[in-house]
Design a protein around this ligand. Structure first.
Ligand code: LRH
Length: 458
């Protein structure tokens, strides 16, 4: 994505798009990180001369390097099964409650900490999270950007620094990690070989951004008040609040809320919800039918007939998604959706319901009431999901921008280069520059409450 920023204007254009296709090999599910890096180089070639480059990606995953700085293998995908049962072993040495009090991270089997306990580190001298790895290949410089580091479960969200105590007790050597970098820090310059390959003229600085895509997306929520909730929708739905301090209570742990770190000392207090992954996997299983048609069928299907718990880690792994959804409906004594339209409706209703629960719980647990829900990311294109979310939450939804992560990325670079001011300024610029769509709740909150009770939810 190419961004053009001035103090009064913000534009984003797509220069190049490439797929990110996980690959299953006999030993498990892997990322094709060289293909991603090739996509980055092609992207730079397509953009042309730029003043700054910044990289963000999904969280928790990493590459391991040997003493010469060479990658030791394909990074393992967080949906790989290797972390099954690992958390229980970790909790035997650091009880889950202590781990939460120290790191504030919600339980997810794929948190870097559990991956590292499952890892065979043979010959590994350095660990770089995915955006840091790509940045390293571009610049030759190694660092660990803070917002993404906060998803490792090895960071204390109060000090915003490594938790030496947790690392020691679970047997992870923090020396594996490169020094922490803050969003906005200078991260190096494109290497001569990169300049040659992309046709750019140096020096081209690389700027550390909020390299966790969700951190970048939240930075680009066009909020005009502090009383807002956000949902970053895409493969995942990340639903919650922007806070000044973490919430580390036992109640918060039980509700599986996470305290990830955001820009400028903020905390992203949110819950991970399976998101449009549920639909993406069904669409894959159905042989990629037309999405527009599917959504029209879903809109016409009966509302709230069956719902599943879209926060359930049982939906994490790929494969057999229509069957798994049907099984979940059957197991909870609800009608089993039969047609593609009905299954799609079940997914969207379930997502809206999970959004409602997350936003209600977050407000209560953080004692931070809101008047509006901002939806950003790919899901903003799904008008039915946005309307259902407004109805379920009983709050207005403001949808947009779709490319929130890219905009947050670009704005942090622009700020590092002195083009925009603080977070409020960044948000003002977004509101001024982007088309946003508003969805008003259309009543029926009782039906959503009843559906929530059907799932036995809190
Ligand atoms: C979204 C995301 C999310 C993480 C998940 C692994 O892309 O970064 O915030 O929890 O991927």
């Amino acid at each position: 994505m190419a961004g053009r920023v001035s103090p009064e204007s913000l534009e984003l254009t797509e220069a190049h798009r490439f797929t990110n296709r996980p690959v299953r090999v006999p030993e498990g599910l892997r990322w094709d990180v060289l293909a991603l890096y090739a996509g980055v180089l092609d992207g730079l070639k397509a953009v042309g001369q730029v003043d700054s480059v910044g990289i963000d990606s999904w969280a928790v995953d990493y590459g391991l390097l040997n003493a010469d700085g060479a990658l030791l293998g394909n990074p393992v995908h967080y949906r790989d099964a290797r972390t099954e049962g690992v958390a229980e072993k970790v909790w035997a040495s650091v009880p889950a409650a202590e781990l939460y009090a120290a790191t504030g991270l919600q339980y997810a089997p794929f948190n870097t900490l559990y991956q590292l306990v499952a890892e065979r580190l043979r010959g590994a001298e350095r660990l770089l999270l995915i955006p840091d790895l790509l940045t390293y290949w571009l610049t030759g410089e190694q660092g660990t950007e803070l917002t993404n580091a906060s998803t490792t479960q090895l960071i204390d969200p109060r000090t915003r620094d490594w938790s030496h105590d947790v690392a020691e007790r679970v047997g992870i050597d923090l020396g594996l990690f490169a020094p922490l970098r803050q969003p906005g820090d200078f991260a190096g310059e494109l290497l001569p070989a990169v300049l040659e390959e992309t046709g750019l003229t140096g020096p081209v600085p690389v700027t550390a951004v909020a390299s966790h895509d969700t951190a970048s997306a939240v930075a680009a929520v066009p909020a005009g008040t502090e009383r807002f909730a956000y949902i970053s929708t895409g493969t995942w739905s990340l639903a919650g609040l922007e806070l000044e301090a973490p919430v580390l209570t036992e109640e918060s742990r039980a509700a599986n809320f996470t305290n990830e770190l955001g820009l400028d000392g903020t905390v992203r207090y949110l819950r991970n919800i399976m998101g449009l992954w549920l639909l993406q996997e069904c669409v894959r299983a159905w042989g990629e039918p037309d999405l527009g048609l599917l959504l029209r069928e879903a809109a016409a299907a009966p509302a709230l007939r069956s719902v599943v718990d879209a926060g359930d880690a049982a939906f994490l792994a790929p494969g057999r998604m229509p069957e798994r959804i049907a099984e979940a409906c059957r197991a909870s004594g609800q009608p089993v959706p039969g047609t593609r339209g009905e299954i799609t409706r079940c997914i969207l209703d379930s997502l809206a319901l999970a959004h409602r629960r997350a936003i209600e719980d977050a407000q209560r647990l953080a004692d931070h009431p809101v008047d509006v829900v901002h939806i950003v990311g790919g899901g903003t294109r799904n008008a039915l999901l946005c309307q259902l979310t407004a109805d379920a939450c009983g709050l207005p939804v403001v949808a947009g921008p779709t490319e929130a992560a890219a905009l947050g990325n670009v704005l942090v670079q622009a700020r590092a280069h002195g083009l925009v001011g603080d977070r409020t300024d960044m948000r003002r610029l977004l509101v001024r520059s982007l088309p946003l769509t508003r969805y008003e709740p259309q009543g029926g909150t009782d039906r959503w409450r009843a559906a929530q009770e059907r799932l036995g939810a809190r």
